[in-house]
Design a protein around this ligand. Structure first.
Ligand code: URA
Length: 453
């Protein structure tokens, strides 16, 4: 029977469930430009307002995944695993977890994104390494994976074309922030890499897109459900994004921080980054069948990190993808910002609160992110934090150092940071790094707890 978009809009608007074929008609229609934008936008708004059933989310994910080319890692003969984060500030865990998982004998086809809003982008960080190529074809990615075990690249033109259209329409119609639309958008792109396992790092707290814990939990459970339905072993960790992860936020300075940790250099200000990376890598190793539990996986991840094997693999990946690694031995020397500014505490006390989204905007406006998609980013702009939440500070002590290309770029970020970093009188109660773990086994309880259709 011929389908008409107008009928499907009416069904979803009225709260009726679409069949997988009807969902596929919409996703394919978006990819090949066969359905007018106004009809797609109207359907997105109906789905935003009514929500979708689990079967519809699954069907939308699958149809979007197959709307373009997909990667098949099976010729590599190893378990293919990836980690995806929902976006954070100072989050450079990918540069640690991907080579650790590869060193454990897994392959990691990691298709990453650029800076989005107040959050940083893995590709922008990697492109601060002179020569590093993020735009590889799937054939080239397979060659890097066969040689090194890990390849971090950008999305190809023809990978999940349906998401390109639907995401653009969601952005223009204020329908981005629905878990029923975010889950298919993220999962279709991850599953198009042919993954056997996926670990999701779903952020919650002041720097997360989903700031309320119950929203983040529902999104995490929905993504675990979608992954498991498609045969990919999936786990999600709900993690704390109430402050930047580690010491640095920016582009090259984040690579430099990751290189320090890969080389075994530790600092109390980035123990959170090291610990989260080991836990995430532990889950990848466990899902990949190399360890009998996530805890045993974390132990294996630490052994790999300490052995230097992950640094060797990361360096080899960068070189294979054209990057110049001559600065890797002394990464701090390659950090050459045009201008530097210090921000000092105006009173004594404890760092009581960080508006981490505002910190992210400050980093973006220092030049590390973009205001418009065509803007260039600065390799050396960013921020160094000298204190973590709960830390004690004296009036006049250094809170953070700002890096930019030019002095005149400091005014707005400085104001944002002064408001974002709140000094109080009391030390803080502990705020756990890992807030919740959602797995195939317990996902139903989180889906049922949510007050959603
Ligand atoms: N990232 C995505 O890829 N899609 C969304 O919908 C939100 C964040």
């Amino acid at each position: 029977m011929t389908m008409h978009a107008v009928d499907l809009i009416r069904k979803t608007r009225g709260g009726q469930e679409l069949t997988p074929d009807e969902i596929a008609f919409l996703a394919q229609g978006a990819a090949i430009d066969a359905i007018p934008e106004e009809q797609l936008a109207a359907w997105l708004m109906a789905a935003f307002l009514q929500g979708l059933s689990l079967a519809e989310v699954d069907a939308l994910t699958t149809a979007m995944k197959f709307s373009g080319e997909v990667f098949d890692p099976s010729p590599l003969g190893k378990f293919a695993v990836d980690k995806h984060s929902t976006g954070g500030v100072g989050d450079k865990t990918s540069f640690l977890v991907a080579p650790i998982a590869a060193a454990a004998g897994l392959v990691v086809p990691m298709i990453s994104g650029r800076a989005l809003g107040h959050t940083g982008g893995t590709l922008d960080k990697l492109e601060s390494i002179p020569g590093y190529r993020t735009q590889l074809s799937l054939v080239e990615m397979e060659q890097v994976l066969a040689k090194v075990g890990v390849s971090i690249v950008g999305q190809t033109e023809n990978l999940v074309p349906a998401d390109r259209v639907l995401y653009m329409l969601r952005d223009r119609t204020s329908t981005v922030d629905s878990p029923f639309l975010i889950a298919p958008s993220i999962m279709s792109k991850k599953l198009a890499a042919g993954l056997n396992g996926l670990v999701l790092d779903v952020k919650t707290g002041s720097g997360a897109f989903m700031q309320r814990k119950e929203d983040a939990l529902f999104l995490a459970a929905l993504m675990v459900e979608t992954g498991e339905r498609s045969g990919t072993r999936t786990a999600a960790l709900l993690t704390n994004m109430n402050q930047p992860l580690g010491r640095f936020a920016g582009n090259w300075i984040e690579i430099a921080e990751a290189l320090d940790l890969l080389a075994g250099k530790r600092n109390p200000l980035n123990e959170d980054l090291r610990e989260l990376s080991l836990i995430l890598a532990g889950w990848m190793i466990f899902l990949g069948g190399v360890a009998t539990s996530a805890k045993a996986g974390r132990h294996r991840a630490e052994e790999i990190l300490q052995s230097g094997a992950a640094l060797k693999i990361f360096t080899e990946m960068v070189e294979t993808q054209g990057g110049d690694t001559s600065s890797f031995a002394a990464p701090e020397k390659f950090h050459q910002p045009g201008a530097t500014k210090e921000l000092r505490a105006d009173r004594s006390g404890y760092l009581a609160q960080v508006d981490c989204t505002q910190v992210g905007w400050a980093v973006q406006r220092l030049g590390a992110g973009r205001a418009r998609s065509e803007d260039p980013v600065s390799a050396h702009a960013g921020l160094e934090m000298h204190i973590k939440l709960g830390g004690k500070v004296q009036a006049g002590e250094l809170l953070c150092t700002l890096f930019a290309d030019r002095d005149e770029q400091f005014a707005e970020p400085e104001t944002l940071l002064r408001d974002a970093l709140v000094i109080g009188d009391e030390p803080l109660p502990d705020d756990p790094l890992i807030q919740e773990i959602i797995t195939a086994e317990n996902r139903k309880q989180y889906l049922e707890a949510a007050n959603h259709p």
